[in-house]
Ligand binder design. Sequence first.
Ligand SMILES: NC(=O)c1ccc[n+]([C@@H]2O[C@H](COP(=O)([O-])OP(=O)(O)OC[C@H]3O[C@@H](n4cnc5c(N)ncnc54)[C@H](O)[C@@H]3O)[C@@H](O)[C@H]2O)c1
Length: 329
Amino acid sequence: MRIFVTGGAGYVGSHCVKRLVAAGHEVAVYDNLIAGHRQAVDRVAEFIEGDLADIEKLKRVLPAGRFDAVMHFAAYLNVGESVQQPLMYYRNNVANTLNLLEAMKPARIKRIVFSSSCAVYGVPDDLPITEDLPKDPINPYGSTKLAMEWIMRDSAAAWGLGSVALRYFNAAGAAADGTIGEDHKPEIHLIPLVLQVALGQRESIGIFGSDYPTPDGTCIRDYIHVDDLADVHLLAVERLTEGKSQAFNVGTGHGRSVLEIIAAARRVAGHAIPAVLTDRRPGDPPELYADSDKLRHHYDWQPRYTDLEKIIATAWRWHQAHPNGYGSV
Ligand SMILES: NC(=O)c1ccc[n+]([C@@H]2O[C@H](COP(=O)([O-])OP(=O)(O)OC[C@H]3O[C@@H](n4cnc5c(N)ncnc54)[C@H](O)[C@@H]3O)[C@@H](O)[C@H]2O)c1
C-alpha cells in the first residue's frame, strides 16, 4: 500500500513508519516539524514538510501521491497546555483533521487510522476501561480526540470513510534496535523524565500526589511499548474496512504506579533516581488501564512487551546514546 502519514516525524509516528516500511509499504511522511524530527524518518520514507493547516497543499499532494490510506498522528498532546490554550488545540487537532478529510474525500482515499487517546474516557466509572464506557473527557485535549472520533464516524455514513481510532494509553519505550526514540521538548512523559534524572540532567523526579486511592498512593497508568503500538497500526491499516468506523483501546491491561516506574528505572539504569513528593496536579485521574480484549480478539494481537523493565530498558538505551535527543547526533 501507499500510505500518507501525518505527524510521522514524531515519537509514535516514526516508530509506525519504520514498521510500515519493514512490512513492505511505501510511506510519505507529512509533518511541519513543530515537534517532530527529520532524522527520525531519514532514509526510510519520502518526507514532505507541510502543515495540516495548509489545505491547498493537502489537496495537491494527496491526489498526486495515489495513496491507499492515511495514518494520522499529527496533533498537540500536552494536557496542561490544552487547558490553557483550548482554541489552539481545537484548531490543530480538530480543524486540521477536517482539512485532512476534506482533501482525502476528492482524492478518493477512504481509509484512515488515527491516534485517539484514553483521555476520551475522562475519569472512568469502572476499571479496566472497556471501549463502551462513557466518553466524558475532563480536559480540552481529550475533547479534541473525541471530536475527531465523531467526525470520522459521521464521515463513514456520509461518504464511506473507513476509520480506526486507536485509543492509546501511555506510549513508552524506544525502537529495540536503538535507532529512534522519544524526544519531546519540553518533555512531559514520566519515563523519559525519570531517565533524565539517571543521566544527571535533572536532580530529582517530582511525584504529583501520594495520597491517591491506589495501593502505594501514586497514580496508575498503562504503559504500552511504542513498537507494540506500531504493530497495531500495521494490522489496522491492512485490515481496515471502508464505510465502517471502529475504535480500540491499545494498552497492555496492566496498571503501573509512578513509584513502580521509578523503582524499575532505578534497576534498569543502576542509579538512585531521587524522588520528591509534591501535591496532586489538578485533573489527574487516579487509575487508568485498558481492557484491550476487543483489540486482541479482532486482530489476534498481543503486546510483545509486558515486562516493565524491558520497556524501560529500550528507552534507557536510546536516552543513553542520545542524551540530547535527536540533537545528539
Ligand atoms: N505519546 C503518548 O503517550 C500518546 C498517548 C495517547 C495518544 N497520543 C496521540 O498520538 C499522536 C502522536 O503522539 P506523539 O507522542 O508521537 O507526539 P509528537 O509530538 O512526537 O508527534 C506529533 C507530530 O505531529 C506533527 N504535527 C503537529 N501538528 C502538525 C500540523 N499542524 N501539521 C503537520 N504536522 C504536525 C509534529 O511535528 C510531530 O512530529 C498524537 O495524536 C497524540 O495525541 C499519544
